[in-house]
Design a protein around this ligand. Structure first.
Ligand SMILES: NC(=O)c1ccc[n+]([C@@H]2O[C@H](COP(=O)([O-])OP(=O)(O)OC[C@H]3O[C@@H](n4cnc5c(N)ncnc54)[C@H](OP(=O)(O)O)[C@@H]3O)[C@@H](O)[C@H]2O)c1
Length: 318
């Protein structure tokens, strides 16, 4: 029987290092300017070999940062399980070349301790995530959302204590409002566990972190910023210019609704296509470059359902 050859990462994966990485705020960490998200396409319902191919392609091209959360799937937890299997089968020798993030903050398990921002939830969730991912530690652990009902100090102190326990090296917050971000920054600085990064939705259709002053705050205070859904889940590509493909996110799940395709949006997309073509770029490339040009942005956090999409998106770094 033919033996399965173990994965060997491309020896040229760091050849483009000078353009590929950016410093994350005032930290010592360099992140790829394009990072890979595991929200969709890595769950238990997705073909494992496709998830493997995308992950390998990413790492072979110097994408060292993978972004997960406890409830990515479906089912919940299964994207982390996919990563765990990939660690065992492909990436264990490369653990120190990878920057792996996970999060807790949204609905994860039933009852009062499986959601939001309590110490109880965050601590238990990270332990579960580590088991699923077959890791001793993550590089980055996030509070996935601001919890107005839990004292901010409780959430933040849990994050500090998790760093001190060695289960994460750095901490981040995602989708926190500006005032809470400021308080978090101060609290964490005073405890010598500076906030590494803020994760927020930023793309040509949704500029909230810019409008709210979050991006500026991060830039001025040495905090990195990573933009999630930079392609608005695929809207800012050619995916929906001629209808809704059956294999697209819009056709497959409720996170991207058909109602988004209004005549106004289609008008915007056609203009985007024309602007991109005038620059010799694809729509995706143009949309990603726009984000990367904003002051304070460390990385764009893309999703991909194929290696071809990832390859196209990587062109934004050329
Ligand atoms: N912190 C948070 O609350 C939060 C929230 C959302 C996401 N995130 C993170 O951000 C990551 C990225 O989010 P996202 O998946 O929404 O990002 P995105 O990059 O805006 O959308 C990815 C989707 O767009 C389509 N696509 C990508 N490249 C394409 C190309 N070149 N041509 C045509 N279509 C293309 C694919 O959809 P098809 O499936 O249709 O092919 C792909 O799955 C997530 O995986 C997660 O890690 C975080």
């Amino acid at each position: 029987m033919e033996s399965i050859r173990p994965y060997e990462a491309d020896v040229r994966r760091y050849d483009a290092s000078e353009t590929l990485y950016a410093r994350c705020g005032h930290s010592g960490v360099l992140l790829p300017r394009l990072s890979l998200g595991f929200w969709h396409n890595f769950g238990g319902d997705d073909p494992f070999e496709r998830s493997r191919a995308i992950t390998r392609y990413a790492f072979d091209h110097g994408i060292t940062h993978f972004d997960l959360a406890n409830n990515y799937g479906p089912p919940y937890g299964s994207a982390e399980e996919t990563l765990g299997r990939l660690m065992d089968e492909d990436f264990r020798p490369y653990r120190d070349e990878l920057f792996i993030a996970t999060k807790a903050g949204y609905d994860m398990w039933p009852g009062p301790y499986g959601n939001w921002g309590s110490r109880k939830y965050l601590m238990a969730s990270l332990d579960q995530s580590l088991r699923r991912m077959r890791l001793d530690y993550v590089d980055l652990f996030y509070s996935h959302r601001y919890d107005p009902a839990t004292p901010l100090e409780e959430t933040l102190q849990a994050l500090v204590d998790i760093v001190r326990s060695g289960k994460t090296l750095y901490i981040g917050i995602s989708r926190w409002p500006l005032e809470a971000l400021k308080r978090a920054d101060e609290y964490l600085r005073e405890r010598d566990v500076p906030l590494l990064i803020y994760q927020g939705r930023l793309n040509l259709l949704d500029r909230e972190p810019m409008d709210e002053g979050i991006l500026d705050y991060c830039h001025e205070h040495g905090i990195g910023f990573i933009a999630f859904s930079p392609l608005a889940q695929g809207l800012l590509t050619d995916r929906y210019l001629n209808g809704i493909p059956t294999d697209s996110r819009m056709a497959k799940n409720h996170f991207l609704k058909e109602e988004r395709l209004t005549p106004e949006l289609m008008q915007f997309l056609l203009q985007l296509k024309a602007d991109a073509e005038a620059c010799g770029q694809s729509m995706a490339e143009y949309a990603l470059r726009w984000i990367l040009c904003q002051r304070g942005v460390t990385s764009v956090l893309v999703g991909a359902s194929s290696t071809e999409q990832l390859a196209k998106n990587l062109r934004c770094l050329l």
